[in-house]
Write a protein that binds this ligand. Structure first.
Ligand SMILES: Cc1ncc(COP(=O)(O)O)c(C=O)c1O
Length: 365
């Protein structure tokens, strides 16, 4: 090969010019850009848990002497523990290093070039991302002005190329949940449906008890949010056992680290602690919503998750994002198709709400 251009010609054409996933800003990338020390930055841009993980996780990791040994690729103990938590059989469970990679794995199992995936936009962008990387096509079904999914529109979008329907409930970034009867109507079409319950612990609503009735229902969940393990990367899915078997056979070996396995074990043995923290976040979500409503230039939408989505009615969301960042507060802003002039704020601790409200008041003056 003479030059890099020759090599580029060999890249799959669908990967040459796409719009890929844009992850949230990390505090490290702000060093030198804002006048706030990294440890003082209030990070409300990635729906992380402000309380961190269970202290038992930290203690168990510090005491672990087996990190030189590969974790069990069959996830035997891990699947049992997750199954007990979810109230299903271990054969239904597949775990992975974050539910993101599980989404990717599901797409790889079902979707090839020419296949279609129904996406209820605006929603979590990884569904589109994984579909397009695989060579499939996303079919966008737009939500209404309150971000509700129209069952009729979803059903109308189904054709013989449809391989998957993704439904996030609560939805990221809009925070609203899909009513159970709507989920069931869509599942009853018989098309494989992935219900993404990454924020289940904050909404308290799950479709899992219906799993036994529907052979096309898959549910995915995460330990990143309620259990405060975003950095360790652990998610899991609940599948019909035969589908779980296929996913186990095509996953990359050892896709869950030994550290993440320990973290799951310790988190699940400290549920009271984690549930208390989850309740604190839900209470703070209520207070934050009330505070945000007082700003007439913002329109917060009710949320069932650990974040609040806001339309910016006067002014520019990217400027607001920038000005908050200068004050050391990181939020997520959107200005793209289906997500115009808006921001998403993760629910933090009470002092984070106070700092945010103070900053918004200063910016209102
Ligand atoms: C709806 C939804 N699903 C899945 C994920 C992925 O979470 P993780 O890969 O950290 O488990 C997220 C993360 O923000 C999300 O919002």
């Amino acid at each position: 090969m003479k030059n890099i251009g020759d090599m580029e010609k060999l890249i799959r054409p669908n990967l040459m010019g796409g719009t890929w996933y844009c992850a949230s800003t990390s505090t490290e990338t702000l060093a030198g850009k804002v006048n706030v020390a990294p440890q003082d930055i209030i990070k409300l841009n990635a729906n992380e848990n402000p309380y961190g993980c269970s202290p038992r996780v930290m203690r168990a990791l510090a005491a672990s002497h087996n990190l030189n040994i590969y974790p069990d690729d069959g996830q035997q103990e891990l699947r049992k523990r997750l199954a007990a938590y979810a109230g299903v059989a271990p054969e239904s469970i597949v775990a992975s290093n974050g539910s993101n990679t599980l989404i990717d794995l599901i797409v790889r199992l079902f979707v090839g070039p020419g296949d279609e995936v129904i996406n209820c936009v605006p929603t979590f962008d990884i569904y589109r991302f994984s579909t397009e990387v695989t060579g499939g096509t996303t079919v966008n079904v737009e939500r209404d002005e309150d971000f509700a999914v129209s069952v009729k529109d979803v059903i109308n979008a189904i054709n013989n190329k449809t391989k998957l329907i993704f439904l996030a409930t609560p939805n990221n970034p809009t925070g609203n949940a899909i009513p159970r009867k709507d989920l069931i109507e869509i599942i009853e079409t018989g098309v494989p449906v992935v219900v993404d319950e990454a924020y289940y612990e904050f909404s308290g609503e799950t479709i899992v008890p219906y799993k036994g009735y529907y052979a096309n229902l898959m549910v995915i969940r995460s330990f990143s949010k309620w259990a405060g393990l975003a950095g360790l990367r652990i998610g899991y899915g609940i599948f019909p056992p035969r589908i779980a078997g296929y996913l186990m056979s095509i996953k990359i070996p050892h896709n869950v680290s030994a550290a993440a396995e320990i973290a799951v074990r310790e988190s699940l043995s400290d549920l009271d602690y984690l549930q208390d923290r989850t309740k604190a976040i839900i209470n703070e979500r209520r207070r934050l919503f009330g505070e945000l409503k007082k700003f007439l230039w913002l329109k917060p939408y009710p949320s069932r998750a650990n974040f609040i989505y806001l339309a910016v009615l006067r002014g520019n969301a990217s400027e607001l994002y920038q000005k908050l960042q200068e004050k050391g507060i990181l939020v997520r802003y959107f200005d793209r198709e289906f997500l115009k002039n808006s921001i998403r704020i993760s629910v933090g601790k009470p002092e984070h709400t106070d700092a945010l409200v103070k900053a918004l008041k200063e910016l209102s003056e």
